[in-house]
Design a binder for this molecule. Structure first.
Ligand code: BGC
Length: 365
């Protein structure tokens, strides 16, 4: 308690001191009555593991910060851990009052969070929990629920296709991303009982380092070779990994016959669904995630500790981290239109020339 008060006192001093010199680069003004200026730094992880980071998170975070009239600085570490730390150092030096990170792994994430804290900068784990970390808040989706939707989606698509005794391959997310562990525990909760009862067989189970889409294609090609082409369904942890699997299925003329899952409702993922090459995706309303994180960040900048009404246990640090966990939604061909109606992606992004007819057929007007 005491420590918290002291930390926020330091935040105030740092903020007033440095902002006088740094100027207003991204809009925003003083927080009325607080005597402090909020400046929020955000470090996104990369732009290749998913289209969401630059396509959705940047946009919706900007929108939320602009609406709240606070200064912000959003940068992308482009998958480089050294760069991640350099950006964090620069942001701390430039006087951010709150730092929000999507870690590239828990080790470097923790180093950044601890350093920020030691400089009186409050922190938020955005989307990915930093294990053993020290963030004031964790804002994400219920990631076990994301995995459950993927597992249930694959079961539904295999059932719809009337596949008997299906052999399922897993393309899991990065072993360094706690979310990948949570997604897997979600789809395992649906699929493991089926493997155990021999209703399904598990053909392959591989993690994709750093969610690297190119590596995912190589890994999936090896899975297909090793099993002699006997893969009936692919549990791919996100749309990028799903698209990698689809590219190899296409090469083998198996696309459309083998259901593939995904996540993030990216324009490419939605197109794959419309084409019948991908069975489903999981839509996470990033706009809500960005708004929740922005509200908490603005509170922290004012020295407030808003109640989230929920905590998540950090399995490594043993801490109960105050959290906001939003609800994901499964998307199938019939509901692709909902993602567009929600303003997450535009019709123009999804319904390009090659997909125009499929869009009309799916009721996207
Ligand atoms: C996010 C996913 C994303 C993946 C790869 C995860 O931590 O929750 O939405 O697809 O990282 O960037």
């Amino acid at each position: 308690m005491r420590k918290g008060l002291l930390t926020f006192a330091t935040v105030g001093l740092l903020a007033t001191g440095s902002l006088a010199a740094c100027g207003d680069d991204s809009g925003g003004n003083d927080q009325a009555g607080s005597g402090q200026t909020a400046k929020i730094g955000v470090i996104l992880p990369d732009s290749k593991s998913s289209a969401r980071w630059e396509g959705a998170d940047r946009k919706f975070l900007e929108e939320a910060f602009k609406a709240a009239d606070v200064q912000y600085d959003i940068q992308n570490a482009q998958g480089d851990k050294t760069q991640f730390q350099t950006i964090a150092d620069q942001m701390i030096t430039s006087g951010v009052t709150v730092l929000m990170i999507v870690n590239l792994d828990s080790g470097t994430g923790k180093a950044v969070l601890d350093k920020a804290k030691s400089q009186g900068v409050a922190t938020i784990d955005y989307d990915r929990l930093t294990l053993g970390g020290s963030a004031e808040y964790y804002v994400s989706f219920d990631n076990v629920a994301v995995g459950k939707l993927q597992g249930e989606g694959l079961v539904k698509c295999l059932t719809d296709k009337n596949v008997k005794s299906p052999a399922v391959a897993y393309l899991n997310g990065s072993p360094t991303d706690n979310n990948a562990t949570l997604f897997k525990s979600g789809y395992d909760s649906v699929l493991k009982p089926k493997f155990d009862s021999k209703e399904y067989t598990k053909a392959a189970d591989d993690a994709v380092p750093d969610w690297d889409n190119a590596q995912a294609a190589t890994i999936f090609e090896q899975q297909l070779t090793k099993t002699g082409g006997k893969i009936d369904g692919v549990l791919a942890a996100n749309d990028g990994l799903g698209n990698a699997a689809i590219s190899i299925l296409k090469k083998n003329k198996l696309n459309g016959r083998v259901p593939v899952t995904g996540q993030d409702a990216t324009p490419e993922g939605l197109q794959n669904i419309l084409a019948g090459d991908q069975c489903m995706t999981v839509y996470k309303a990033v706009k809500e995630e960005a708004k929740a994180a922005s509200d908490l960040a603005i509170g922290l900048a004012k020295g407030e500790r808003k109640e989230t009404g929920q905590t998540v246990k950090d399995p490594e640090g043993g801490r109960d981290v105050p959290s906001v966990l939003l609800t994901p939604k499964a998307i199938y061909k019939e509901t692709v239109k909902d993602v567009i109606a929600d303003g997450y992606v535009t019709k123009d992004e999804v319904c390009t020339e090659a997909y125009a007819k499929l869009c009309t057929d799916a009721g996207i007007s």
